[in-house]
Design a binder for this molecule. Sequence first.
Ligand code: HEC
Length: 159
Amino acid sequence: MRAYFRASALATVITLSACGSDPTPEPVEQIVVREPNATDEKVGEVQDAAPSNASADLIASGKTAFNTCAVCHTVEKGAGNRIGPNLNRVIGRTAGSVTGFSYSGAMKSSGITWTKAEISSFLTNPAAKVSGTTMMIGPIADAAKREAIIAYIENASAN
Ligand code: HEC
């Protein structure tokens, strides 16, 4: 929505300048290439090296939402296990594979590779996804919240 309004504002400026004395207004095609979902990072001159396309807003809200996870999980590289295993670089990892953490048999034998979709599915209802898991939290029904948490984990894993 924000991008749309900006594009409209730009279109207005170009239209105005086209009516003025400038004989070479910007070509109109330049304003239609931007996707509605595009983030500032994508169009900014300084590209961040972060591997995620997630917006800073999403990551920030994920950081807040991760507070409920942080009781049991660290996400920083090299941080220890708590009640749950360290989640640094969990995306792409085989379930139950952090050395030194005592997983449930259910988790170890789940055969899951933690893609973003698999993590989202797990958070939707941990006990339903991995029957017998020792991760005791209630279902996170809000898909946007799950997405934000996962974006935060991904971003924190890049540092
Ligand atoms: C009350 C403690 C607790 C909370 C809160 C908690 N977890 Fe866990 N988590 C665990 C435990 C314990 C395990 C290991 C489960 C097992 O072995 O069955 C685990 C496992 C996981 C795994 C699998 C890790 C692996 O190495 O296979 C992911 C992913 C995960 N948790 C994400 C989260 C997220 C995201 C949140 C917040 C929404 C969260 N957890 C909240 C205790 C918790």
